[in-house]
Design a protein around this ligand. Structure first.
Ligand SMILES: [Ca+2]
Length: 196
């Protein structure tokens, strides 16, 4: 009799336990979006070299931060088009931006070249490295390695860093090219926006 009563009691307790509504309060934690600004436009540039063709200024490294994305040099022959950088004939190399101060970089965008209507030059393999000293002698950090194809109307590609990375210098290495050589039209660097 006592045993039966215990079983009834246990059953009742289990029933009560199962009927209790357990409410779990969860906090909806959404990371605060990082406000970023573009910090590369018009900044000093350098490169391992450039393609000399008729006019020296046609394909300078500064073209990667000039805000111009058209490609009018080839065929049409717009003097000093300056809108995209090309490496010397059939060679790999690099182009670099000095941001003039350290920034917390969060995103990089780049636009391939196709050498205008000539369609004979483009970067096909590349990597992007950042540095605080500008030496690129082993202290740099590679943030992206990728491949591209030549396109008649290239679109910007981008990499968003999982967390901000501090750097003053950003270098884009051309590791492979299409037909006659590699290059780049534009490089945009976005950094955490700080209050003045
Ligand atoms: Ca450009």
């Amino acid at each position: 009799m006592v045993k039966k009563a215990m079983w009834v009691l246990i059953l009742a307790l289990v029933t009560i336990a199962c009927s209790v509504n357990v409410t779990v309060n969860t906090l909806n934690i959404t990371p605060t979006p990082v406000q970023s600004i573009e910090v590369a436009a018009g900044k000093p540039t350098s490169s391992s070299g450039y393609w000399y063709h008729d006019v020296e200024e046609n394909f300078p490294s500064s073209a990667i931060a000039d805000g111009k994305i058209q490609e009018l040099n080839c065929m049409i022959g717009v003097p000093r088009g300056n809108s995209y950088w090309l490496l010397p004939e059939k060679s790999n190399g690099w182009v670099e931006i000095d941001l003039l101060q350290e920034y917390q970089i969060v995103k990089v965008e780049w636009l391939n070249t196709h050498n205008g209507d000539c369609m004979d030059r483009a970067t096909t393999r590349f990597h992007i490295s950042i540095s605080n000293t500008g030496e690129f002698a082993g202290e740099e950090k590679t943030i992206y390695t990728g491949r591209m194809k030549i396109e008649s109307a290239p679109v910007f590609k981008k990499i968003e860093l999982p967390k901000p990375a501090s750097a003053r210098y950003v270098r884009f290495y051309v590791d492979g090219f299409y037909k006659n050589g590699g290059g780049l039209n534009e490089l945009r660097i976005y950094a955490v926006k700080t209050n003045p």
